[in-house]
Design a protein around this ligand. Structure first.
Ligand code: WTA
Length: 701
């Protein structure tokens, strides 16, 4: 609907808006060579997916799948905001990702497994081999573990082929998998297993990380004990072996409860399991999102809508063709891995790289050696990994002869500085970058440029995806004028097939978290009344591109002036010596909060006053004196989650002499104590008490 002059004028923006100081960046164009081979070159797609064509436009996505029974209703809103896509349809996700490719691609690699030790050979897994292994595993899960469609099972597995094999075996049976990131503790796994009501836990004895074999089975014992405390009995623990001929764990097997899958499998050799034809609405998996407060939320994703959405976005945005070699450098234990290592790419018969280890093992050249050797041409990773690889080996990519046609980033806003290095050095100036904004809850990309159609703009995710209609509201629910460069809360006007179905077991929390803020009539069954609240701050430039500012909670309110953490950090990164930056709020009598800056430096750069002054100067010149930090702390490394996100919450606690809480699940827990000493000196006692906004700051999901 066209907006009238009147309602444009009535829009005023609340004073509490987040101040925005980032300058507009120049466009970068995709090359004619890229455009010549791209899957999506029809500019008519935006019109085809206009709101006036909603929801039928999404038929086109569902048609990428093979259905046992075609659906009769594209979208049923009767139980809003619990959206039902492709009602009446039946299909099997595993069939769509494996069986249907056998006729044309059975001898092509579905995955190439790259173990962390560089002298262990790569293991290609063809579609035929994947088919056989998935069938045998499904037979075991059904006949040995007694799993049936609708049951939940928790998978606590590292990045080895056994993870996607087990997921697909579940999908074949209609069993709902809940993958817990392998780097999470046994306790975190147990809480999630209990919440999902899993009676079976699938794990692995051990795996490589940073040159060492970790005893992973030990976590299973803690997980079972934790689940029991939560009232959930796990009666079977199924353990994959990392090595063919020896155990990777010294943790004893519990008799009658723990079973080695590798011992059981020969019994199921050669078995075939008919894929169970599932309702399009049947849950395919749960994926828990962790906040710092409250229980983790089990995001429930359905079969038909989810699979259609990830297949289409893999095809159009990542530009995956069966002939490409695609490497998503994320962990399958996160939503990115589910959607863009397993389900999306496999639905398209892609060849994907599966890498076991940490990015820079044994050195910063490793990723580029893998890319060169396997001739990877699509690369997908997070800004954190980009910054880390830039810090450790800024010149490394130049030494290797690989060529990427597309590169994706996901997970956080990427600072223009990091983007430019990614583009010119990693991408050799040839690759198209898509900066994809979305969330665990969303199933797939929400904002991104279309690689052959839209120019790139560093630091901006881009316009809404086809069929996704974002809008920015202020706190009072007034629409912030399109293209006005004013910040507010980004929402999506309409449902889409990839959206989660609910929070497992907690319908109220689903409505409260994502819809209550902007819904005016809880009884309405009209989707127009239910904008989806993403919890991110954003602004839209005149060209329609959205720039994401980070979680709404991650703002620092200096004397009533709300500063986006991300743009402060971006300013720090303009100082050439700085590798990584994190900004946190510190209590201040006068101004309420002031920013404090943490930076780590590039190798070979000396820490000193000079660098600190440069950082302060950069902030003052790009943002203003209002943002002048209380202090600049030079640290050896940032505290990070195992998925690589900087834990600003921990830094904020240190800056405010508050307790940091549990840091054992961090990738580098030792650094926390080092930073604490650096900031507080020895012997200072941290307190539990502290203001709510600082406690909540930096929700590290
Ligand atoms: C942030 C990851 C800016 C955002 C798929 C979101 C981003 C949260 C981007 C979801 C991006 C993700 N630019 N910010 N391209 N992608 N985010 O659930 O704050 O792990 O709300 O899903 O990451 O994180 P999650």
């Amino acid at each position: 609907m066209a907006r009238t002059r009147e309602d444009t004028q009535s829009v005023t923006v609340s004073e509490a808006e987040i101040a925005v100081h980032w300058k507009e960046e120049d466009y970068y164009q995709p090359s004619p060579k890229f455009i010549g081979q791209a899957n999506l070159t029809d500019p008519g797609i935006m019109e085809r997916f206009g709101l006036d064509r909603f929801p039928e436009c999404f038929r086109e996505y569902a048609d990428l799948l093979t259905w046992d029974q075609y659906w009769h209703t594209t979208l049923d809103t009767g139980d809003a905001p619990f959206w039902k896509w492709f009602v009446g349809g039946r299909l099997n996700a595993c069939y769509n990702c494996v069986d249907r490719h056998l006729a044309q691609h059975k001898n092509k690699a579905a995955f190439i497994f790259v173990p962390e030790p560089e002298d262990e050979p790569h293991v290609p897994l063809t579609y035929q081999e994947l088919y056989v292994r998935v069938n045998e595993t499904a037979a075991l899960l059904r006949d040995f573990a007694g799993l049936r469609a609708g049951d939940r099972v928790t998978l606590h597995l590292p990045m080895t082929p056994e993870l996607p094999i087990t997921m697909l075996a579940c999908a074949r049976l209609g069993v709902i998998h809940s993958v817990v990131f392998g780097g999470f503790s046994g306790e975190a796994c147990g809480i999630r297993a209990a919440d999902s009501g899993s009676k079976v836990l699938v794990t692995m004895d051990g795996y490589y990380r940073n040159g060492k074999v970790l005893d992973h089975k030990a976590n299973a014992d803690i997980a079972v004990a934790t689940a029991a405390k939560e009232g959930q009995t796990i009666d079977k623990v199924l353990v994959w072996r990392r090595f063919r001929d020896r155990s990777a764990s010294s943790t004893p097997m519990v008799k009658g409860r723990d079973f080695l899958i590798n011992d059981l499998l020969p019994k199921y050799a050669g078995q075939r399991v008919q894929p169970v034809s599932m309702d399009a609405l049947a849950p395919l998996f749960l994926m828990y999102t962790s906040g710092t407060t409250g229980r983790p939320k089990g995001c429930q994703h359905g079969t038909g809508g989810y699979l259609a959405y990830v297949a289409a976005t893999s095809k159009y945005i990542q530009d995956i063709h069966p002939t490409d070699v695609y490497w998503c450098f994320a962990d399958i234990g996160w939503i990115t891995g589910h959607s863009y290592i397993v389900y999306g790419p496999l639905a398209l018969a892609a060849t994907g790289v599966l890498y076991e280890g940490v990015p820079a093992y044994p050195d910063a050249g490793r990723p580029w050696r893998i890319a060169e050797r396997l001739d990877v041409n699509i690369f997908h990773t997070s800004p954190t990994t980009v910054r880390m690889l830039r810090k450790l080996g800024p010149e490394e990519p130049r030494k290797y002869h690989y060529h990427f046609k597309t590169m994706t980033t996901v997970g956080e806003p990427i600072e223009p500085e990091a983007w430019k290095w990614y583009h010119s050095v990693v991408g050799k100036g040839e690759a198209v970058i898509t900066d994809t904004w979305w969330q665990t809850e969303n199933g797939g990309f929400l904002c991104s440029t279309k690689p052959a159609l839209d120019p790139m703009k560093p630091g901006s995710a881009g316009p809404g995806m086809p069929g996704i209609h974002p809008v920015i509201y202020d706190e009072e629910g007034r629409e912030i004028p399109r293209g006005s460069q004013k910040a507010g809360n980004i929402c999506i006007r309409n449902p889409w097939p990839g959206i989660m179905q609910t929070i497992w077991g907690d319908r109220d929390r689903y409505v409260k978290t994502y819809y209550a803020k902007y819904n005016k009539n809880p009884k309405s069954t009209d989707w127009r009344d239910w904008p989806y609240f993403a919890g991110d701050g954003a602004l839209q430039a005149a060209d329609g591109y959205f720039r994401i500012l980070g979680r709404v909670d991650d703002v620092i309110n200096v004397a009533g002036h709300r500063l986006g953490t991300k743009e402060l950090e971006s300013a720090c990164l303009t100082v050439p010596e700085v590798a990584e930056a994190a900004v946190v709020p510190v209590q201040d009598d006068l101004k309420g909060r002031v920013p404090e800056v943490y930076v780590s430096l590039k190798p070979g750069v000396a820490a000193g006053k000079e660098v600190k002054d440069k950082v302060v100067h950069a902030i003052e010149t790009t943002i203003g004196k209002i943002a002048r930090p209380k202090d600049v702390r030079i640290v050896p490394d940032m505290p990070k989650t195992r998925s690589g996100k900087i834990m600003r919450r921990v830094l904020a606690a240190i800056s405010n002499t508050m307790e940091t809480g549990d840091v054992t699940t961090l990738a580098n827990p030792d650094v926390v104590e080092q930073i604490r000493e650096l900031v507080q000196g020895k012997g200072k006692v941290a307190t539990k008490a502290g203001p709510e906004d600082i406690k909540r700051f930096g929700d590290e999901r």
